[in-house]
Write a protein that binds this ligand. Structure first.
Ligand code: ADP
Ligand code: MG
Length: 252
């Protein structure tokens, strides 16, 4: 699924006047591409993501998905929020099939697909457990499988790993990277973690401080085909890290 962000701006009204959160962002994302967006806290990353999701309207500009301008939420777009937001009283199975239930798409085929995803990603034996009985990393994988259950073409991930400790984050980001690539999804990951962005994506978009503009875009062709953990051990990893870190430091 291709996404085109064209001259998107967003201003919010506040008692003190207008707050400009996003200032003129244009970006093309190719089908199957994994993009990450990094920027200082409060610069407008979540705002941009919710505009792409069709949950928020831009003040100017537009978002075009597969050639059509969007005017609201789209069933082809899956949103994975910061917290896993699993319901503690529902079993894992009831949680991961919730989206299908809401969309009225609980067909035999879809349910089998979800069962297969759970098995493939190490959760097959936990379907009858509740979220409280699982580790943070497993819950995060469940949240991703719930997002994948409705078979969206585009995945929007808003700081999905920030609630996890460092070790868990490394292994979960490795798992999630593999899942997204194997399922051939287009993805946009928002994060403030530079290492995470370099280890997972095809390109890193660096935003300035608020109001956010695109500061630079780094292509990571050098790492294509490598897993997040292999990238972190690559001799060039550090130089990308330093370049992006320097740019973010300037925008403080
Ligand atoms: P980030 O995700 O990069 O941390 P956000 O997109 O959440 O940043 O917010 C960008 C700016 O817009 C912040 O200054 C925030 O206070 C402001 N903002 C976000 N949502 C709203 C809203 N609904 N109303 C008013 N201001 C908002
Ligand atoms: Mg945010």
């Amino acid at each position: 699924m291709s996404v085109s962000v064209e001259g998107v701006k967003k201003t919010y009204q506040s008692p003190e006047g207008e707050i400009s959160a996003v200032e003129d962002i244009s970006l093309e994302i190719r089908d199957g591409e994994f993009i990450s967006v990094v920027g200082p806290s409060g610069c407008g990353k979540s705002t941009l993501l919710s505009i792409i999701a069709g949950l928020d309207k831009p003040s100017a500009g537009r978002v075009v998905i597969n050639g059509e301008e969007i005017h609201g939420p789209n069933g082809e777009v899956g949103f994975m929020p910061q917290k896993d937001q699993l319901f503690p009283w529902r079993t894992i199975w009831a949680n991961v099939t919730l989206g299908l239930e809401i969309q009225g798409k609980k067909t035999k085929e879809r349910l089998e697909h979800v069962r297969e995803l759970l098995r493939r990603y190490g959760l097959g034996e936990f379907m009858k457990k509740t979220p409280g009985q699982l580790s943070g990393g497993m819950r995060q994988r469940c949240a991703l499988i719930r997002t994948l259950a409705t078979d969206p073409e585009l995945l929007l991930l808003d700081e999905p790993f920030s609630a996890l400790d460092y070790q868990t984050r490394l292994s979960v980001s490795d798992d999630i990277y593999t899942i997204i690539k194997q399922e051939k999804k287009t993805a946009i990951l928002v994060t403030h973690d530079i290492s995470e962005s370099i280890s997972m994506s095809d390109r890193v978009v660096v935003l300035t401080g608020r109001p956010s503009r695109i500061r630079s875009i780094h292509s990571l062709d050098l790492f294509s085909g490598l897993t997040p953990i292999e990238r972190r051990n690559h001799p060039e990893f550090r130089s990308y890290f330093n370049a992006i870190w320097g740019e973010l430091d300037e925008s403080k």
